[in-house]
Design a protein around this ligand. Structure first.
Ligand code: AMP
Ligand code: MG
Length: 494
C-alpha cells in the first residue's frame, strides 16, 4: 500500500497561523464507516487510507507518513460577539492532498484530542454529533450542495462527558479549505496586515486561481467569496436546510457548508424555524440565513479592505460597500433560478417571484411538509388533475392549494418547450424525496449511543446516497415525523 501523498502548504505560512499538534491516541478504535467513493475521488483508494490499518490513522493513534499535523488559529463572532481567539480546539489538520482532477483538499480529524486552542474543552467529540455530521454532510453532497465531506468515522472505545457519559468518536473530514472568515478576523484583530495578505494570497492561489490575474486580487477575492456564499445560501434555502450556528468561524472562505453542529432540515414549512437549543434570539433562523451571511461577509470585508488601497482607506471602503451591495442581487438570482426550477419553470416572468412566495405562504399556513410539497408537485400534469390528491393531502386544509395550483397551471402554459413528462423529469432532479430528516437522525443516534447499534445509521446513510430516486421498501424514510416523533431541538454536542 502506498503512503498518502501529503503536502503541508499551510505550514509554509508560518507559525502565526497554527500550532503543531499531534492527536491524542485512543484506547480501542473501531471503524464505523469509510467512504470508498470519496477516497477514489481524492485519488487515495490505493493508499494506506484504504487498508485495515487505516483505522489507526483515523483515530489519531498513528501519524501517516508525510503528515505534519497542526491546529489552525482563528477568531470569530459567535452569536454576534467577537472572540479574538478560538482556533481548532478539537480538530487537527493532517495535511493536504492533490486529487487526480488537480483539486487540493485538506484532511482533518475532528474529536482527536486537546490542542493549544481547546480552552476548557476536552478536544473530543461524542458519537452522536459525529454520526450527524457524517449523515448530513454526505447527504448535502448527494443533494448537490457545496459541503465539506466525510471520509471516515471511528469510535474511540472511550467515553466523553457531556450531559452524561457518551461514547466518543472521531470524524475524518475533507474540505477544499478549512480557512474561515474567522481566520482573517484572527489577524485583523491583531492588526497583522502582513498575515492577512499572506492568508489572502494563499487562498487565492489555492482556491480562486481564476482571479489571480485580476487588477486587484483582494477586491476580486471579496467579490468571489460573496458570490460563492450567495450561491451556497440559496442552495440551503431551496432545500429547507437550517445551519443553526452561522458564526463567522463557521463560515468557510470557499463557500462550503461547514460545521454540522445543530443543523437540521425542516419538515413542515416554517419561515422562522430554529432547531438549535442555544439560539434563543432566533439569530440563525431559516429566514435569517441570507442576511446573516451578508453580516458575516461584512466582517470579512473589514479584514480585507486595508489590502484594497493602502493609501486611501475611504476608496477601499466604497469598493467593499459596492461588492457587499451586490450580494443581494447574486442571492436573489441564485434563489429565483433555483426556485423556478423547483416549480418547473424554465422561462422567466416577472410574476414568478410572487407565485413562489405565495406557495410558501400557503405551505406555512397549512404546515405542509417542505420536501414532499415540491416532490409531489414534480409529479403533476398540466391539464390533468388526477395526481393532485397526494399533494393536497399534505396541507391541513386540503383546499388551500387549489387556487395556487390554478395559477401555476396557467403559468405553465408559457412553458411551451417541454412536455409534461420532460418537465416532471427535470423537476425531479431538484426536488428530492429523501432528506436527512431530524427525527430519523435522532433514531440513528439513539440506537448507536444507547444500544451500540450502528445498523440504523448505516441504513439511513444508504438511503441518502440516492435522494432523488424512489427506493423500493424505503418509503418510510420519505415520511415526515408523526407528532410524537418530532424532534424540534438540536444541540451543539460539544
Ligand atoms: P463550534 O461550536 O463547534 O464551531 O466550536 C466553537 C469553538 O469551540 C471552536 O474553537 C472549537 O474548536 C471549540 N470547541 C468545540 N468543542 C470543543 C471541545 N469539545 N473541546 C475543545 N474545543 C472545542
Ligand atoms: Mg466551528
Amino acid at each position: 500500500m502506498k503512503p498518502i501523498p501529503f503536502t503541508n502548504d499551510y505550514i509554509k505560512l508560518g507559525d502565526a497561523f497554527y500550532v503543531n499538534t499531534h492527536p491524542t491516541p485512543v484506547t480501542r478504535p473501531e471503524l464505523i464507516i469509510f467512504n470508498l467513493n470519496l477516497s477514489q475521488q481524492l485519488g487515495l483508494c490505493d493508499t494506506v487510507i484504504n487498508s485495515p490499518e487505516a483505522v489507526e490513522i483515523f483515530a489519531g493513534n498513528q501519524i501517516a507518513t508525510g503528515s505534519e499535523p497542526l491546529a489552525m488559529a482563528y477568531a470569530g463572532h459567535q452569536f454576534g460577539r467577537f472572540s479574538p481567539q478560538l482556533g481548532d480546539g478539537r480538530a487537527i489538520l493532517l495535511g493536504e492532498i492533490m486529487s487526480p482532477e488537480g483539486i487540493r483538499y485538506d484532511l482533518q480529524l475532528k474529536g482527536s484530542g486537546r490542542t493549544y486552542y481547546s480552552r476548557g474543552g476536552d478536544g473530543r467529540a461524542a458519537l452522536g454529533p459525529i454520526l450527524r455530521e457524517y449523515l448530513v454532510s454526505e447527504a448535502m453532497a448527494k443533494l448537490g450542495v457545496s459541503s465539506t465531506r466525510a471520509l471516515a468515522a471511528v469510535t474511540t472505545g472511550e467515553y466523553v462527558a457531556r450531559m452524561q457519559l457518551v461514547p466518543g468518536a472521531i470524524l475524518t473530514r475533507v474540505a477544499t479549505s478549512f480557512v474561515r472568515v474567522g481566520t482573517f478576523q484572527y489577524f485583523s484583530a491583531r492588526g497583522d496586515l502582513q498575515s492577512i495578505k499572506k492568508l489572502a494570497d494563499h487562498v487565492i492561489a489555492r482556491n480562486y486561481p481564476q482571479i489571480s490575474t485580476a487588477n486587484n486580487v483582494y477586491i476580486a477575492l471579496l467579490q468571489a467569496v460573496v458570490e460563492r456564499q450567495a450561491a451556497l445560501i440559496a442552495q440551503w434555502m431551496q432545500l429547507g436546510f437550517i445551519h443553526g450556528v452561522m458564526n463567522t468561524d463557521n463560515m468557510s472562505i470557499v463557500g462550503e457548508t461547514i460545521d454540522y453542529g445543530p443543523c437540521a432540515f425542516m419538515d413542515a414549512y416554517d419561515h422562522d424555524q430554529v432547531f438549535s437549543s442555544i439560539d434563543h434570539g432566533k439569530r440563525y433562523a431559516y429566514s435569517n440565513q441570507p442576511s446573516i451571511a451578508l453580516w458575516n461577509l461584512t466582517r470579512l470585508a473589514e479584514c480585507l479592505v486595508p489590502l484594497f488601497n493602502q493609501k486611501d482607506m475611504d476608496a477601499g471602503i466604497k469598493i467593499a460597500e459596492t461588492i457587499l451591495h451586490s450580494y443581494a442581487k447574486h442571492y436573489e438570482n441564485n434563489w429565483l433560478t433555483a426556485m423556478r426550477r423547483k416549480i418547473g419553470l424554465l422561462k422567466q416572468k416577472k410574476e414568478d417571484r410572487e407565485l413562489i412566495e405565495d406557495l410558501f405562504n400557503t405551505m406555512a399556513m397549512n404546515q405542509a411538509d417542505f420536501t414532499l410539497t415540491f416532490y409531489y408537485l414534480s409529479q403533476l400534469n398540466r391539464d390533468d388533475m388526477t395526481w393532485d390528491k397526494k399533494l393536497h393531502a399534505l396541507f391541513s386544509n386540503p383546499n388551500a392549494l387549489h387556487h395556487w395550483l390554478k395559477r401555476w397551471r396557467k403559468r405553465l402554459h408559457y412553458e411551451t418547450t417541454l412536455s409534461d413528462k420532460e418537465r416532471q423529469k427535470k423537476m425531479q432532479t431538484v426536488n428530492p424525496l429523501y432528506i436527512p430528516r431530524n427525527h430519523q437522525i435522532e433514531v440513528a443516534i439513539r440506537a448507536a449511543e444507547d444500544e451500540g447499534d450502528l445498523s440504523v445509521f448505516h441504513q439511513l446513510h444508504q438511503v441518502l446516497q440516492n435522494p432523488y430516486q424512489p427506493q423500493k421498501g424505503k418509503e418510510a424514510y420519505a415520511l415526515p415525523p408523526e407528532p410524537y416523533e418530532v424532534v424540534d431541538k438540536t444541540f451543539c454536542g460539544t
